[in-house]
Design a binder for this molecule. Structure first.
Ligand code: ATP
Ligand code: MG
Length: 322
C-alpha cells in the first residue's frame, strides 16, 4: 500500500484488513509510518507487537527505535564475546555512535518489515503494510546488500580479531553476488558451537531473511502492491513517479485505488464544480494508467473512522476488484 501523503493509504489498508478479517482470514495490519495512525484510527492501543483489534484482525505499529536498540544490544553482546575485555569500551563507543548514524533507523525499520513479512502464510493468512511512498519498498529489495553493509559492516570494521575477520570474509563481506544463497550457504569449517560458528549462524540467518523478503516482494502470487491516489494533479504526478520507480525494480503494481471521488448523487453548485475537476482527472488517470486495474472509492460526507464505514469501503474495493 503506497501513495502520497493524506490520500487515504491508512484508510484503505484498514478497510481491506477489515474485509479480509470478515471473510475469516487472519490478517495483520502493519504501520511503518513513524507517525503511526492505526491506534487513532481504531481508537485502540496498538504498539510494537501484534495486538488484536477486532475478530481476526491484528494491528502492529513498528517502532524502529526499539528495533535499533534491540539489534545493537545483540550485536554488542555478540561482539564482546569475540574480543578481549579491553576492547569492550571501544565496542560500546562504536555502537553507540552507530545508533545515531544516518540510516540506522531506516535499516532497523526495514529489518523489522522483513521480519514481519515472514508472518504471512504462517500465523497470519495476510499481512497488509501501510507504507510510505515507493522509496521504501524499493529499498526493501536491496535489503540483503543494505543490511550486509549495516550489520556485517558493524561487525567487520571494528577492532576485529583475526578469526572474526576471516569469518566475515567467508560470508562475502558487504558484497553480495547473484547467487546469494549459495554464498551464505558455503560450508564453513567452524567447530560446532564455537564463537565463529555462532556469528556465522547469526549473519546467515539475517541474510537469508532479507533474501526471502526480496523474493516474496517480487512474487506476484504472494504480494500485491496497491497505490492509493486522489483525482488531483499532484497525486496523479506522484503516482506516475512511483510506478516508474517500481517498474524499474521489476515490481508490478497490482491496482490503483482512486480515493475521494465525488459521488454521482452529490449535489449543489460547489460540488458540481468539484465534480467537473474530478472528471477531468479521472479521465487522465484512466488514459495514463489504462494498463492497471483501477477501483474508485467515493468521498464520504463524514469521517471514515468507524469500523462499519471502513468495512463497507473495503467491500467496495474488493467487489470492484473481483
Ligand atoms: N473516501 C474518503 N471519504 C472521506 N474521508 C476520507 C476518505 N478516505 C480518507 N478519508 C479521510 O482523509 C484523511 C486522510 O486519510 P488517511 O489517513 O487514510 O490518509 P493517508 O494516506 O494514510 O495519510 P498519511 O500520508 O498522512 O499517512 C483521514 O481523516 C480519513 O478519514
Ligand atoms: Mg497514513
Amino acid at each position: 500500500m503506497g501513495g502520497k501523503g493524506g490520500v487515504g493509504k491508512t484508510t484503505t489498508a484498514a478497510a481491506l484488513g477489515l474485509v479480509a478479517a470478515e471473510r475469516g482470514r487472519r490478517c495483520l495490519l502493519v504501520s511503518t509510518d513513524p507517525a503511526h495512525s492505526l491506534a487513532d484510527l481504531f481508537d485502540h492501543p496498538i504498539g510494537n507487537r501484534p495486538t488484536l483489534i477486532t475478530d481476526s484482525l491484528w494491528g502492529l505499529e513498528i517502532d524502529p527505535d526499539e528495533q535499533a536498540d534491540t539489534h545493537l544490544a545483540t550485536v554488542k553482546a555478540r561482539m564482546k564475546r569475540l574480543v578481549h575485555p579491553r576492547a569492550y569500551q571501544e565496542i560500546d563507543r562504536q555502537l553507540d555512535l552507530a545508533r545515531l548514524a544516518p540510516g540506522t533507523m531506516e535499516a532497523a525499520l526495514l529489518e523489522r518489515v522483513a521480519d514481519v513479512m515472514r508472518l504471512a502464510g504462517g500465523p497470519y493468512d495476510q499481512v497488509i503494510f501501510d507504507t510510505a511512498p515507493a522509496g521504501h519498498t524499493v529499498r526493501l529489495l536491496s535489503l540483503p546488500e543494505i543490511m550486509a553493509a549495516w550489520t556485517d559492516g558493524l561487525l567487520g570494521h571494528r577492532q576485529r580479531s583475526e578469526r572474526l575477520g576471516s569469518a566475515l570474509q567467508r560470508l562475502g563481506g558487504g558484497r553480495v553476488r547473484g547467487d546469494e544463497l549459495s554464498l551464505v550457504d558455503d560450508p564453513v569449517d567452524h567447530e560446532e558451537g564455537s564463537r565463529d560458528a555462532e556469528l556465522n549462524n547469526l549473519l546467515h540467518a539475517r541474510r537469508r531473511m532479507f533474501i526471502t523478503a526480496r523474493e516474496q516482494l517480487l512474487d506476484q502470487t504472494q504480494t500485491a502492491f496497491l497505490l492509493v491516489l486522489n483525482p488531483d494533479r499532484l497525486s496523479l504526478l506522484e503516482t506516475g513517479k512511483t510506478i516508474d520507480i517500481l517498474t524499474r525494480f521489476s515490481i508490478a503494481v497490482t491496482a490503483l485505488v482512486i480515493n475521494r471521488v465525488i459521488p454521482d448523487d452529490a449535489d449543489g453548485r460547489f460540488v458540481e464544480a468539484r465534480r467537473q475537476r474530478d472528471t477531468q482527472y479521472l479521465h487522465e488517470i484512466d488514459s495514463r494508467f489504462r494498463r492497471l486495474p483501477r477501483v474508485r472509492v467515493p468521498l464520504h460526507p463524514g469521517d471514515v473512522h468507524d469500523i462499519d464505514t471502513l468495512r463497507s469501503l473495503g467491500r467496495l474495493i474488493v467487489d470492484q476488484s473481483a
